[in-house]
Design a protein. Sequence first.
Length: 392
Amino acid sequence: MAENGTDATIRIDDAVTADYLDGLRSALADLPSAELAEIVEDACGHLADLAGELGEAYDRAAVHERLGTPAAYATELRAAAGFPAPPGPEPRPRWAARFAVLTLVGAMLLAALGGVIGVPEGGLALILGLVVAGVGVLPVLRDGPRQPTAGALRPVRALDRLRVRDGAPAEPNWRDLPAFVAVLQPGWWVLRAVVAAGVVAVMLTTGGSTAVLVTVLISLAAVPLSVALGARSRSDRRLLWAVLPLNVFAAGLVFAAAGALAEDDDPVRYSTPSGLTLDGESITDVRPFDAKGRPLSGVYLFDQDGTPLVVDDYCPVRGRPVADEPDAPGPYPRGTRTSDPRTGECVTTPPAPMVVTIPGATPAPATSAGAPPSAPPAPTATPAPAVPRPGG
Protein backbone atom coordinates (compact mmCIF):
# COMPACT_ATOMS: atom_id res chain seq x y z
CA MET A 1 0.00 0.00 0.00
CA ALA A 2 2.84 2.35 0.90
CA GLU A 3 4.34 1.80 -2.51
CA ASN A 4 1.03 2.51 -4.22
CA GLY A 5 0.59 5.58 -2.07
CA THR A 6 4.04 6.76 -3.05
CA ASP A 7 3.29 6.24 -6.73
CA ALA A 8 0.01 8.07 -6.33
CA THR A 9 1.72 10.98 -4.61
CA ILE A 10 4.20 11.23 -7.44
CA ARG A 11 1.42 11.21 -10.03
CA ILE A 12 -0.41 14.10 -8.30
CA ASP A 13 2.17 16.46 -9.75
CA ASP A 14 1.87 15.22 -13.35
CA ALA A 15 0.29 17.19 -16.21
CA VAL A 16 -2.95 15.13 -16.28
CA THR A 17 -3.72 15.79 -12.64
CA ALA A 18 -2.70 19.44 -12.74
CA ASP A 19 -4.84 20.06 -15.83
CA TYR A 20 -7.86 18.39 -14.28
CA LEU A 21 -7.52 20.33 -11.03
CA ASP A 22 -7.17 23.63 -12.91
CA GLY A 23 -10.44 22.94 -14.75
CA LEU A 24 -12.09 22.06 -11.46
CA ARG A 25 -10.95 25.32 -9.85
CA SER A 26 -12.22 27.32 -12.82
CA ALA A 27 -15.67 25.65 -12.65
CA LEU A 28 -15.91 26.33 -8.89
CA ALA A 29 -14.38 29.80 -8.93
CA ASP A 30 -17.56 31.39 -7.51
CA LEU A 31 -17.27 29.46 -4.23
CA PRO A 32 -15.57 30.88 -1.13
CA SER A 33 -11.83 30.17 -1.02
CA ALA A 34 -12.02 27.88 2.04
CA GLU A 35 -14.71 25.65 0.55
CA LEU A 36 -12.92 25.63 -2.81
CA ALA A 37 -9.65 24.53 -1.18
CA GLU A 38 -11.45 21.72 0.67
CA ILE A 39 -13.14 20.43 -2.49
CA VAL A 40 -9.92 20.56 -4.48
CA GLU A 41 -8.11 18.67 -1.71
CA ASP A 42 -10.73 15.93 -1.74
CA ALA A 43 -10.55 15.76 -5.54
CA CYS A 44 -6.78 15.55 -5.33
CA GLY A 45 -7.04 12.49 -3.07
CA HIS A 46 -9.58 10.94 -5.43
CA LEU A 47 -7.26 11.46 -8.38
CA ALA A 48 -4.37 9.92 -6.40
CA ASP A 49 -6.42 6.82 -5.75
CA LEU A 50 -7.42 6.69 -9.43
CA ALA A 51 -3.78 7.05 -10.48
CA GLY A 52 -2.75 4.18 -8.22
CA GLU A 53 -5.54 2.05 -9.63
CA LEU A 54 -4.86 2.70 -13.32
CA GLY A 55 -1.10 2.77 -13.16
CA GLU A 56 0.44 3.40 -16.57
CA ALA A 57 -3.02 3.74 -18.12
CA TYR A 58 -3.61 6.93 -16.11
CA ASP A 59 -4.11 9.66 -18.70
CA ARG A 60 -6.54 12.45 -19.60
CA ALA A 61 -8.96 10.23 -21.52
CA ALA A 62 -9.07 7.67 -18.69
CA VAL A 63 -9.73 10.34 -16.06
CA HIS A 64 -12.54 11.87 -18.11
CA GLU A 65 -14.03 8.44 -18.66
CA ARG A 66 -14.10 7.66 -14.93
CA LEU A 67 -14.92 11.10 -13.47
CA GLY A 68 -16.25 13.09 -16.40
CA THR A 69 -14.99 16.48 -17.51
CA PRO A 70 -13.87 18.95 -14.85
CA ALA A 71 -17.06 20.97 -15.37
CA ALA A 72 -19.29 17.90 -15.00
CA TYR A 73 -17.38 16.65 -11.94
CA ALA A 74 -17.61 20.14 -10.42
CA THR A 75 -21.39 20.07 -10.87
CA GLU A 76 -21.59 16.77 -8.99
CA LEU A 77 -19.37 18.03 -6.18
CA ARG A 78 -21.36 21.27 -5.94
CA ALA A 79 -24.64 19.37 -5.65
CA ALA A 80 -23.21 16.89 -3.12
CA ALA A 81 -21.92 19.71 -0.91
CA GLY A 82 -25.20 21.65 -1.18
CA PHE A 83 -23.78 24.69 -2.94
CA PRO A 84 -26.02 26.67 -5.35
CA ALA A 85 -25.62 26.42 -9.10
CA PRO A 86 -23.12 28.81 -10.69
CA PRO A 87 -24.52 32.18 -11.79
CA GLY A 88 -25.36 32.49 -15.45
CA PRO A 89 -23.41 34.74 -17.76
CA GLU A 90 -24.07 38.45 -17.28
CA PRO A 91 -26.54 39.67 -19.89
CA ARG A 92 -25.03 41.82 -22.55
CA PRO A 93 -25.99 45.48 -22.35
CA ARG A 94 -28.10 45.57 -25.50
CA TRP A 95 -29.34 49.06 -24.60
CA ALA A 96 -25.77 50.37 -24.93
CA ALA A 97 -25.36 48.79 -28.37
CA ARG A 98 -28.70 50.19 -29.55
CA PHE A 99 -27.76 53.64 -28.24
CA ALA A 100 -24.39 53.46 -30.00
CA VAL A 101 -25.95 52.46 -33.33
CA LEU A 102 -28.65 55.15 -33.13
CA THR A 103 -26.12 57.86 -32.35
CA LEU A 104 -24.00 56.66 -35.26
CA VAL A 105 -26.96 57.01 -37.61
CA GLY A 106 -27.68 60.51 -36.26
CA ALA A 107 -24.05 61.51 -36.65
CA MET A 108 -24.06 60.32 -40.25
CA LEU A 109 -27.19 62.38 -41.02
CA LEU A 110 -25.61 65.51 -39.53
CA ALA A 111 -22.40 64.92 -41.46
CA ALA A 112 -24.32 64.37 -44.71
CA LEU A 113 -26.20 67.64 -44.16
CA GLY A 114 -22.91 69.43 -43.58
CA GLY A 115 -21.45 67.99 -46.77
CA VAL A 116 -24.42 69.14 -48.85
CA ILE A 117 -24.26 72.64 -47.32
CA GLY A 118 -20.55 72.84 -48.10
CA VAL A 119 -17.65 74.55 -46.41
CA PRO A 120 -17.12 76.39 -44.23
CA GLU A 121 -20.75 76.52 -43.05
CA GLY A 122 -21.18 72.73 -43.17
CA GLY A 123 -18.16 72.17 -40.96
CA LEU A 124 -20.22 72.94 -37.88
CA ALA A 125 -22.65 70.13 -38.71
CA LEU A 126 -19.72 67.73 -39.18
CA ILE A 127 -18.19 68.68 -35.82
CA LEU A 128 -21.55 68.23 -34.12
CA GLY A 129 -21.95 64.83 -35.78
CA LEU A 130 -18.52 63.69 -34.59
CA VAL A 131 -19.35 64.78 -31.04
CA VAL A 132 -22.61 62.80 -31.15
CA ALA A 133 -20.76 59.73 -32.46
CA GLY A 134 -18.11 60.05 -29.77
CA VAL A 135 -20.74 60.12 -27.03
CA GLY A 136 -22.50 57.12 -28.55
CA VAL A 137 -19.43 54.89 -28.77
CA LEU A 138 -18.42 55.36 -25.13
CA PRO A 139 -20.79 52.69 -23.68
CA VAL A 140 -19.53 50.00 -26.12
CA LEU A 141 -15.79 50.64 -26.00
CA ARG A 142 -15.32 47.71 -23.59
CA ASP A 143 -17.05 45.37 -26.03
CA GLY A 144 -13.80 45.02 -27.93
CA PRO A 145 -12.70 45.69 -31.50
CA ARG A 146 -15.18 43.27 -33.07
CA GLN A 147 -18.21 44.79 -31.29
CA PRO A 148 -20.14 41.50 -30.95
CA THR A 149 -23.05 43.08 -29.05
CA ALA A 150 -23.71 45.71 -31.70
CA GLY A 151 -23.12 43.13 -34.42
CA ALA A 152 -25.80 40.90 -32.89
CA LEU A 153 -28.51 43.54 -33.35
CA ARG A 154 -31.02 42.59 -36.03
CA PRO A 155 -30.48 45.62 -38.36
CA VAL A 156 -26.70 45.19 -38.17
CA ARG A 157 -26.96 41.47 -38.91
CA ALA A 158 -29.15 42.23 -41.93
CA LEU A 159 -26.55 44.63 -43.32
CA ASP A 160 -23.78 42.14 -42.62
CA ARG A 161 -25.64 39.40 -44.52
CA LEU A 162 -25.58 41.63 -47.60
CA ARG A 163 -21.80 41.68 -47.42
CA VAL A 164 -21.21 38.05 -46.44
CA ARG A 165 -22.56 34.94 -48.15
CA ASP A 166 -22.39 31.60 -46.28
CA GLY A 167 -19.75 32.86 -43.86
CA ALA A 168 -17.43 34.18 -46.57
CA PRO A 169 -17.27 37.60 -48.22
CA ALA A 170 -19.46 37.82 -51.29
CA GLU A 171 -17.79 37.61 -54.68
CA PRO A 172 -17.45 40.99 -56.43
CA ASN A 173 -20.25 41.26 -58.95
CA TRP A 174 -21.81 44.38 -60.40
CA ARG A 175 -25.21 42.76 -59.93
CA ASP A 176 -24.51 42.38 -56.20
CA LEU A 177 -24.28 46.04 -55.21
CA PRO A 178 -23.05 45.66 -51.58
CA ALA A 179 -20.26 43.28 -52.61
CA PHE A 180 -19.34 45.53 -55.53
CA VAL A 181 -19.17 48.59 -53.25
CA ALA A 182 -16.99 46.67 -50.79
CA VAL A 183 -14.49 45.97 -53.57
CA LEU A 184 -14.34 49.71 -54.37
CA GLN A 185 -13.52 50.67 -50.78
CA PRO A 186 -9.78 51.28 -51.33
CA GLY A 187 -10.57 53.70 -54.15
CA TRP A 188 -13.01 55.52 -51.90
CA TRP A 189 -10.35 55.81 -49.20
CA VAL A 190 -8.14 57.65 -51.68
CA LEU A 191 -10.99 59.86 -52.93
CA ARG A 192 -12.09 60.95 -49.46
CA ALA A 193 -8.50 61.94 -48.63
CA VAL A 194 -8.32 64.11 -51.76
CA VAL A 195 -11.71 65.68 -50.91
CA ALA A 196 -10.54 66.45 -47.38
CA ALA A 197 -7.37 68.01 -48.76
CA GLY A 198 -9.45 70.14 -51.13
CA VAL A 199 -11.65 71.35 -48.28
CA VAL A 200 -8.60 72.45 -46.30
CA ALA A 201 -7.16 74.16 -49.37
CA VAL A 202 -10.38 76.12 -49.96
CA MET A 203 -10.39 77.29 -46.35
CA LEU A 204 -6.71 78.34 -46.39
CA THR A 205 -6.40 79.91 -49.83
CA THR A 206 -8.31 82.20 -52.18
CA GLY A 207 -8.60 79.56 -54.91
CA GLY A 208 -6.93 79.21 -58.27
CA SER A 209 -3.59 77.50 -58.80
CA THR A 210 -2.60 78.04 -55.17
CA ALA A 211 -5.55 75.93 -53.99
CA VAL A 212 -4.63 73.17 -56.45
CA LEU A 213 -1.04 73.12 -55.22
CA VAL A 214 -2.09 73.02 -51.56
CA THR A 215 -4.55 70.20 -52.33
CA VAL A 216 -1.79 68.12 -53.93
CA LEU A 217 0.61 68.69 -51.03
CA ILE A 218 -1.96 67.81 -48.37
CA SER A 219 -3.09 64.76 -50.35
CA LEU A 220 0.43 63.33 -50.22
CA ALA A 221 0.01 62.95 -46.47
CA ALA A 222 -3.76 62.45 -46.30
CA VAL A 223 -4.01 59.52 -48.72
CA PRO A 224 -1.77 57.10 -46.75
CA LEU A 225 -3.51 58.05 -43.51
CA SER A 226 -6.95 57.52 -45.03
CA VAL A 227 -5.99 54.10 -46.45
CA ALA A 228 -4.49 53.03 -43.11
CA LEU A 229 -7.59 54.19 -41.25
CA GLY A 230 -9.90 52.34 -43.63
CA ALA A 231 -7.92 49.10 -43.36
CA ARG A 232 -7.79 49.36 -39.57
CA SER A 233 -11.54 49.96 -39.33
CA ARG A 234 -12.15 46.54 -40.92
CA SER A 235 -10.64 44.85 -37.86
CA ASP A 236 -11.52 47.43 -35.19
CA ARG A 237 -15.16 48.37 -35.63
CA ARG A 238 -14.97 51.02 -32.92
CA LEU A 239 -13.33 53.28 -35.49
CA LEU A 240 -16.54 53.21 -37.56
CA TRP A 241 -18.02 55.84 -35.25
CA ALA A 242 -15.44 58.27 -36.66
CA VAL A 243 -14.96 56.87 -40.16
CA LEU A 244 -18.60 56.70 -41.27
CA PRO A 245 -19.49 60.36 -40.46
CA LEU A 246 -16.37 61.49 -42.30
CA ASN A 247 -17.33 59.27 -45.24
CA VAL A 248 -20.82 60.69 -45.65
CA PHE A 249 -19.50 64.24 -45.21
CA ALA A 250 -17.05 63.70 -48.07
CA ALA A 251 -19.79 62.08 -50.16
CA GLY A 252 -22.05 65.08 -49.53
CA LEU A 253 -19.30 67.43 -50.69
CA VAL A 254 -18.85 65.41 -53.88
CA PHE A 255 -22.57 65.52 -54.70
CA ALA A 256 -22.79 69.23 -53.86
CA ALA A 257 -19.81 70.01 -56.11
CA ALA A 258 -21.32 67.96 -58.94
CA GLY A 259 -24.61 69.84 -58.60
CA ALA A 260 -22.82 73.20 -58.64
CA LEU A 261 -20.92 72.27 -61.79
CA ALA A 262 -24.15 71.20 -63.48
CA GLU A 263 -25.73 74.56 -62.68
CA ASP A 264 -22.73 76.49 -63.98
CA ASP A 265 -22.94 74.64 -67.29
CA ASP A 266 -26.57 75.65 -67.84
CA PRO A 267 -26.50 77.93 -70.93
CA VAL A 268 -29.96 79.42 -70.41
CA ARG A 269 -29.47 80.59 -66.83
CA TYR A 270 -29.26 84.37 -66.55
CA SER A 271 -29.16 86.71 -63.58
CA THR A 272 -31.12 89.95 -63.63
CA PRO A 273 -29.50 92.81 -61.71
CA SER A 274 -31.71 94.75 -59.32
CA GLY A 275 -32.56 98.42 -59.82
CA LEU A 276 -32.24 100.54 -62.95
CA THR A 277 -29.71 99.60 -65.63
CA LEU A 278 -28.40 101.26 -68.79
CA ASP A 279 -26.57 99.14 -71.37
CA GLY A 280 -26.08 96.45 -68.77
CA GLU A 281 -24.59 98.79 -66.17
CA SER A 282 -26.35 99.47 -62.87
CA ILE A 283 -27.48 103.04 -62.24
CA THR A 284 -26.66 104.28 -58.73
CA ASP A 285 -28.27 107.74 -58.89
CA VAL A 286 -30.55 109.89 -61.07
CA ARG A 287 -29.77 113.57 -61.76
CA PRO A 288 -32.93 115.36 -62.96
CA PHE A 289 -32.78 118.66 -64.94
CA ASP A 290 -35.51 120.92 -66.30
CA ALA A 291 -35.98 121.91 -69.92
CA LYS A 292 -33.53 124.77 -69.60
CA GLY A 293 -30.75 122.57 -68.18
CA ARG A 294 -31.17 123.64 -64.59
CA PRO A 295 -30.72 120.92 -61.93
CA LEU A 296 -33.76 119.87 -59.94
CA SER A 297 -34.00 118.39 -56.45
CA GLY A 298 -36.64 116.45 -54.54
CA VAL A 299 -37.87 114.67 -57.68
CA TYR A 300 -39.75 111.34 -57.53
CA LEU A 301 -39.78 109.16 -60.62
CA PHE A 302 -42.37 106.52 -61.58
CA ASP A 303 -42.77 104.04 -64.42
CA GLN A 304 -45.76 103.62 -66.74
CA ASP A 305 -47.62 101.63 -64.07
CA GLY A 306 -47.04 104.13 -61.29
CA THR A 307 -44.32 102.06 -59.61
CA PRO A 308 -41.49 104.12 -58.08
CA LEU A 309 -38.18 103.76 -59.87
CA VAL A 310 -35.41 102.51 -57.60
CA VAL A 311 -31.68 102.59 -58.31
CA ASP A 312 -29.17 100.01 -57.15
CA ASP A 313 -27.36 101.95 -54.43
CA TYR A 314 -26.99 99.09 -51.93
CA CYS A 315 -24.37 99.80 -49.29
CA PRO A 316 -23.29 96.92 -46.98
CA VAL A 317 -22.90 97.73 -43.30
CA ARG A 318 -20.38 95.77 -41.26
CA GLY A 319 -21.97 93.45 -38.70
CA ARG A 320 -25.47 93.59 -40.21
CA PRO A 321 -27.15 90.93 -42.33
CA VAL A 322 -27.63 91.52 -46.04
CA ALA A 323 -31.05 93.04 -46.70
CA ASP A 324 -33.31 91.02 -48.97
CA GLU A 325 -35.43 94.04 -49.96
CA PRO A 326 -34.04 97.26 -51.53
CA ASP A 327 -34.32 100.56 -49.71
CA ALA A 328 -37.52 102.55 -50.03
CA PRO A 329 -37.52 104.86 -53.08
CA GLY A 330 -36.62 108.45 -52.22
CA PRO A 331 -36.30 111.76 -54.03
CA TYR A 332 -33.57 112.26 -56.59
CA PRO A 333 -30.76 113.09 -56.67
CA ARG A 334 -29.76 110.90 -53.72
CA GLY A 335 -25.96 111.07 -53.86
CA THR A 336 -23.45 108.22 -53.73
CA ARG A 337 -23.58 105.73 -50.84
CA THR A 338 -20.32 104.02 -49.86
CA SER A 339 -19.09 102.04 -46.86
CA ASP A 340 -16.59 103.82 -44.63
CA PRO A 341 -13.61 101.45 -44.23
CA ARG A 342 -12.83 102.84 -40.76
CA THR A 343 -16.28 102.57 -39.15
CA GLY A 344 -18.03 100.13 -41.47
CA GLU A 345 -21.04 102.45 -41.63
CA CYS A 346 -22.73 103.65 -44.81
CA VAL A 347 -21.89 107.25 -45.81
CA THR A 348 -23.77 109.33 -48.40
CA THR A 349 -21.72 111.74 -50.51
CA PRO A 350 -23.76 114.62 -52.03
CA PRO A 351 -23.78 114.78 -55.81
CA ALA A 352 -21.10 116.93 -57.44
CA PRO A 353 -22.03 119.82 -59.74
CA MET A 354 -22.81 118.73 -63.27
CA VAL A 355 -23.34 120.52 -66.57
CA VAL A 356 -25.57 118.82 -69.13
CA THR A 357 -26.61 119.72 -72.64
CA ILE A 358 -30.33 119.67 -73.36
CA PRO A 359 -31.36 119.95 -77.04
CA GLY A 360 -32.76 123.45 -77.79
CA ALA A 361 -31.70 124.93 -74.45
CA THR A 362 -28.75 127.10 -73.38
CA PRO A 363 -26.55 125.29 -70.87
CA ALA A 364 -27.00 126.65 -67.40
CA PRO A 365 -23.98 127.48 -65.28
CA ALA A 366 -22.77 124.71 -63.06
CA THR A 367 -24.42 124.76 -59.66
CA SER A 368 -24.52 122.36 -56.84
CA ALA A 369 -27.31 119.81 -57.11
CA GLY A 370 -30.25 120.55 -54.95
CA ALA A 371 -29.67 124.34 -54.89
CA PRO A 372 -32.59 126.45 -56.16
CA PRO A 373 -32.05 127.97 -59.60
CA SER A 374 -30.75 131.53 -59.47
CA ALA A 375 -33.23 134.26 -60.39
CA PRO A 376 -32.70 136.02 -63.78
CA PRO A 377 -31.13 139.53 -63.58
CA ALA A 378 -33.60 142.37 -63.20
CA PRO A 379 -34.16 144.41 -66.41
CA THR A 380 -32.46 147.81 -66.49
CA ALA A 381 -34.41 150.96 -67.48
CA THR A 382 -33.75 152.34 -70.98
CA PRO A 383 -33.39 156.22 -71.01
CA ALA A 384 -36.04 158.02 -73.12
CA PRO A 385 -34.92 160.40 -75.94
CA ALA A 386 -34.85 164.14 -75.07
CA VAL A 387 -37.84 166.22 -76.32
CA PRO A 388 -37.04 169.86 -77.40
CA ARG A 389 -38.91 172.51 -75.49
CA PRO A 390 -40.72 175.37 -77.34
CA GLY A 391 -38.75 178.46 -77.42
CA GLY A 392 -35.60 176.55 -76.59
